[in-house]
Design a protein around this ligand. Structure first.
Ligand code: ZN
Ligand code: FE
Length: 257
């Protein structure tokens, strides 16, 4: 399999869309469609013909570009079965654990409810690549709009268990700097986290994205993936608490941070 060409495309105020292109087959996959114009611009510049769109969840800032991009022709739109009634323009649906073949790649759907009720994260093991939408962010996680803390914690645990450390993870938003500030406020003597916060601040000062991250970096520095770490629970004053309760405390503190 040839190397894929990956383009991170800033959209709206802080959204990301990602294009993955296979030069051999011409397959061009878009993950999420926050708005059409910036994505169409990259397609026009590169000459890539869009063949597939994967949608993580139903929120407008992830789907509003679908119709205009589909109008270019030859595009198959794939999304979560459990949110199909709330997303216009889906051609194929996936459930938890199902796989799709997109050009040369196998794509596995992983159900990760919490931010919304039925979103999917997508894993392309052959490319060591995953897309987590608004579930797992770099050093953070999505807000709980349609699920409770235990549900989101279970989703994050699934990602932590399934995705190998070297997986490059693309998330739906550039929230990393604020997430890093919050993470260092609760996880006060984590050297890896302190170092990463400095890197993130430097990257943002240069106007560079902080996405993708890796599962290895998230395991080391993302407090929301470490709600079962007794040392972190202790820092929150929650000695011997259930991980889901530690997660709930982290999420509610982040909501007002
Ligand atoms: Zn969202
Ligand atoms: Fe979003």
């Amino acid at each position: 399999m040839a190397d894929a060409d990956i383009r991170l495309i800033p959209c709206r105020s802080d959204n990301y869309a990602v294009l993955v292109h296979d030069p051999e087959s011409g397959t061009t996959l878009l993950v999420d469609a926050p708005e059409a114009a910036p994505i169409a611009r990259v397609l026009d510049e590169t000459g890539w013909a869009l063949t597939h769109i994967l949608i993580t969840h139903h929120h407008p800032d992830h789907v509003e570009g679908i119709a205009a991009l589909k109008a270019r022709g030859g595009v198959t739109v794939i999304g979560p079965h459990d949110e199909a009634s709330r997303i216009d323009g889906l051609d194929e649906l996936l459930n938890d654990g199902e796989s799709a073949t997109i050009g040369p790649w196998a794509v596995r759907a992983i159900s990760t409810p919490g931010h919304t009720s039925g979103p999917l994260s997508y894993w392309l093991p052959g490319l060591h690549l995953a897309f987590t939408g608004d579930t797992l962010f770099a050093m953070g996680c999505g807000r709980l709009f349609e699920g409770d803390a235990a549900t989101m914690w279970a989703s994050l645990l699934t990602l932590r268990q399934v995705l190998p450390d070297e997986t490059r993870i693309y998330c739906g938003h550039e929230y990393t700097q604020k997430n890093a500030e919050f993470a260092t406020s609760v996880d006060t003597d984590n050297a890896a986290l302190a170092a990463r916060r400095k890197e993130v601040e430097a990257a943002r000062a240069r106007g560079e994205p902080t996405v993708p991250t890796t599962m290895r970096a998230e395991k080391e520095t993302n407090p929301f993936l470490r709600a079962d770490d007794p040392a972190l629970a202790e820092k929150l004053g929650l000695v011997r608490a259930e991980p889901a309760d530690v997660f709930a405390e982290l999420r509610s503190r982040r909501d007002v941070f």
